[in-house]
Design a protein around this ligand. Structure first.
Ligand code: ADP
Length: 264
């Protein structure tokens, strides 16, 4: 996007200066587009759960008295589930708006302590109900003590696992492995989904970035999950890495420092 401006300076009838100013508006244009894409995405993501919430509340209000207790409980569970989804989305938005490039951002302040990573990973799989048998865990029998914020670790691993489920066919399994290497504990989340193109491997960690393919576009999302997950991992002294190949699948690895490193 370029803007052309032309001005001519005359002295009487004589042209003394001809000035053409070319301004590159690409950045402004991109920023503007990002903003309107963002508003569209967020509105859509908030409206999606809101529709069943309003629908079921209306049903409960008008016909609730005649419903069986089971049906009523089902409707309430669904309303609660969708409301929780909205609440997570709003949390992500708030956290993102508060993350800036500063090192000591209070939004990312983590409460570091020793925790058994095996138990935390197991909790993620249990909370997701094993995602109908799709989640397969390979965990050591012994506890693996890491230095982390337990809630944030659950959030990060949960995000990687839910992406793996979301971006792979529903018949495919998602493996979650835990191992220790070089004084760090590694949680690997392996899927056999569509994979991520080589030129997008770093971009997927950027704010609002979503791969423009039919698989991504047919699922809901804001492109904030991995951005937040990577920031949280580094706030805990760890990181997230990614290996992926189109058509084969992806492996996201969360690395966290061991609580008591072995001195050799
Ligand atoms: P969201 O899932 O809300 O779009 P994320 O930040 O979690 O946002 O992910 C960013 C993008 O990275 C996704 O939109 C998707 O295109 C891609 N992605 C993330 N995880 C996977 C995965 N396991 N397999 C394939 N693509 C993925």
């Amino acid at each position: 996007r370029l803007r052309l401006a032309h001005s001519a300076v005359f002295n009487g009838d004589r042209l003394v200066r001809d000035v053409i100013v070319i301004t590159d508006l690409t950045r402004e244009y991109r920023a503007e587009r990002l903003k309107s894409d963002f508003i569209a995405t967020v509105s859509h993501e908030l409206r999606t759960p809101l529709t069943p919430i309003l629908g079921y509340l209306d049903l409960l209000r008008t016909r609730g008295a005649k419903m069986t207790p089971e049906k009523r409980a089902q409707a309430l569970d669904l309303v609660a589930d969708r409301a929780r989804h909205m609440s997570r989305l709003v949390e992500d938005l708030l956290l993102t708006s508060r993350i800036d490039d500063g090192q000591d951002d209070p939004a990312l302040r983590v409460d570091l302590d020793a925790h058994d990573l095996v138990a935390l990973v197991r909790q993620v799989a249990d909370d997701m109900g094993g995602a109908d048998g799709r989640i397969v865990t390979h965990l050591p029998g012994e506890p693996v003590q890491v230095r982390c914020d337990a809630g944030r670790t659950i959030q990060v691993v949960g995000n990687l696992v839910s992406n793996a489920l979301k971006y792979s066919p529903s018949a495919e399994r998602v493996e979650v492995r835990l191992c220790v290497r070089d004084e760090r504990a590694l949680v690997e989340v392996v899927d056999r989904g569509r994979g991520i193109p080589a030129d997008q491997l770093t971009k997927v960690f950027e704010k609002f970035h979503r791969v423009e393919d039919p698989m991504t576009m047919s699922t809901g999302g804001t492109g904030l999950g991995l951005f937040i997950a990577r920031r949280l991992a580094s706030a805990m002294g760890g990181d997230i890495s990614l290996i992926s190949a189109l058509g084969t699948g992806s492996t996201f690895t969360l690395a966290l420092p061991l609580a008591r490193p072995h001195v050799s």
